[in-house]
Design a binder for this molecule. Structure first.
Ligand SMILES: *Cc1c(COP(=O)(O)O)cnc(C)c1O
Length: 383
C-alpha cells in the first residue's frame, strides 16, 4: 500500500490535500468553528431552512411516529410520506410525476445510466457536476463534452453526430455549482426540439431559486439537500419516465429509501419556499450586495449571477492561504481546487444565504478587502 502514501504526498506537495474541518454547531448563517462563532459563507443552505423551527418540529414529530430509518428499499417499505413528497415535487416542477433518491448524486447516476446506454450519445457541458460525469461513465454511452454554455459548439456537435445515433441526451446544470452562472436553457431547448433529443437539466442550485419549469425539458433533476435543507435527490418528468425509473433505476431498487426525517424535512421546506416568496428576494438581494461589493474591490467573480460567487484566484496555495486567513477573521469560506474545478482556476466559493444580515455581509466585505490586498489579489488603491 506504499502507493497510497506516495499519492498522498503528491497531493500535499501540490496543495491539493483535503482535510475535513470540524464544526460544532448547526450550520445556519453562522457556525461554531475553532471555538468561535464564524460567519458561514460556504453552505448550500440557501434559505436558512436547516434551522427553521417548522422544519425541526416536523422532523421531530415524524421521527416519533415513523422511527429513525426507512430500513428497506422503497419496493419493500414505501411510506405515505414518500408519496406525499413526490406528489409535492411533481406539482412544484409542474410535471406529471416525480421520484426521490437517497442523494442528488444517486439521482444523477441512477437516471443517466438508465435512460441511455451503449450505442447512444450524451452531450455534456464541460463543467457539469461530477455526479453527472459519473452517470455518463456508468451508462457506457458515447460522451461528447461541449464548451461551457456554448450553444454554437453544442449545435455543431449535434449537426456532426445527429445521423450517427438514434438516441441522444443533452445534460446540463441549470445553475453551475462552482461558478454560479446560468445555462442558456432557452437556446438549448430550441436545439433539443430541432434535433429531436432528450434534455435533462440538473437544478441542484436552482431549486426554489430560479424557475426552470420550461416545456421541452424531459428530465428535471434536483436535490433535497441544498435549498430544501434535507437530504436526497429527485427526478421529475412524465409519468412513463418515472414509472420507468421505479422499475429500472438501480439506486431506486437497490438502495434504502429516504429516511422519514429527511422526507418530512423536504416536505416542510418545500411548503415554506412555496408560501414565502420573500426568502428568494432576500437571497438574491444579499447575493447582489455581496457580489457588487467584491467586484468594486477588484475581485474577479466570473459570470456569477446568483447566490454562488466564485472569487477567482488561480493558485491552489494562495486560495488555501486566503481560506485560512479568513478563518482567523471569523469567516468560514471554502477554497475549491482541482479536480473539482479546472487546473489553475482555484477559487474561493463564496455563498450567501437569505438570512445573512447587511451587517454580517459588511463585515465579510471588510475582511475580503483586507486579505485580498494582503495577498495581492486585488489592487491596493481600490475600495
Ligand atoms: C450538489 C450537487 C449534486 C449532488 O447532490 P447531493 O444531494 O449533494 O448528492 C448534483 N448536482 C449538482 C449540480 C450539485 O451541485
Amino acid at each position: 500500500m506504499k502507493w497510497i502514501i506516495k499519492e498522498l504526498n503528491n497531493l500535499k506537495k501540490n496543495n491539493l490535500f483535503r482535510r475535513f474541518r470540524i464544526i460544532e454547531s448547526a450550520c445556519s448563517s453562522t457556525v461554531k468553528y475553532n471555538n468561535k462563532t464564524c460567519l458561514m459563507l460556504a453552505s448550500n443552505n440557501y434559505f436558512g431552512l436547516n434551522t427553521h423551527p417548522k422544519v425541526i418540529s416536523a422532523v421531530q414529530k415524524t421521527v416519533a411516529k415513523y422511527g429513525s430509518g426507512n430500513v428497506a428499499s422503497r419496493l419493500i417499505v414505501n411510506l405515505d410520506l414518500h408519496n406525499k413528497l413526490e406528489k409535492e415535487l411533481a406539482h412544484y416542477k409542474q410535471c406529471e410525476s416525480a421520484i426521490v433518491y437517497s442523494s442528488g448524486y444517486a439521482a444523477n447516476v441512477g437516471v443517466i445510466s438508465c435512460v441511455v446506454g451503449k450505442g447512444d450519445l450524451i452531450l455534456s457541458d464541460s463543467i457539469n457536476h461530477a455526479s453527472i460525469i459519473d452517470g455518463c461513465r456508468l451508462s457506457k454511452a458515447d460522451v461528447l463534452v461541449y464548451r461551457h454554455c456554448d450553444v454554437n459548439d453544442l449545435s455543431n456537435k449535434l449537426k456532426e453526430n445527429r445521423s450517427k445515433y438514434k438516441k441522444i441526451l443533452i445534460v446540463t446544470d441549470s445553475v453551475f455549482s462552482m461558478d454560479g452562472d446560468i445555462a442558456p436553457l432557452n437556446q438549448i431547448i430550441e436545439l433539443k426540439k430541432k434535433f429531436n433529443l432528450i434534455l435533462m437539466v440538473d437544478d441542484a442550485h436552482a431549486t426554489g431559486i430560479i424557475d426552470t419549469n420550461f416545456e421541452g425539458i424531459d428530465i428535471h433533476m434536483g436535490t433535497l439537500s441544498k435549498a430544501l435543507a434535507s437530504q436526497g435527490g429527485y427526478v421529475a418528468g412524465s409519468k412513463p419516465l418515472i414509472d420507468f425509473l421505479r422499475n429500472k433505476s438501480r439506486p431506486v431498487i437497490y438502495s434504502t429509501g429516504l429516511s422519514p426525517a429527511d422526507t418530512a424535512a423536504a416536505i416542510t421546506s418545500l411548503k415554506i419556499i412555496k408560501r414565502n416568496k420573500k426568502l428568494k428576494t432576500k437571497l438574491l438581494e444579499n447575493a447582489d450586495y455581496l457580489r457588487k461589493g467584491l467586484k468594486r474591490m477588484g475581485f474577479k467573480v466570473g459570470n456569477s449571477e446568483l447566490q454562488i460567487i466564485p472569487l477567482m484566484i488561480g493558485s491552489n496555495n494562495k486560495t488555501m492561504k486566503f481560506q485560512r486567513l479568513l478563518e482567523k477573521e471569523g469567516i468560514f469560506v471554502t477554497g475549491i481546487r482541482p479536480p473539482t474545478v479546472p487546473v489553475r482556476t482555484a477559487r474561493l466559493r463564496v455563498v450567501v444565504i437569505a438570512t445573512h444580515t447587511r451587517k454580517e455581509l459588511d463585515k465579510a466585505l471588510r475582511s475580503f478587502n483586507k486579505i485580498g490586498t494582503q495577498l495581492n489579489i486585488i489592487p491596493h488603491d481600490q475600495k
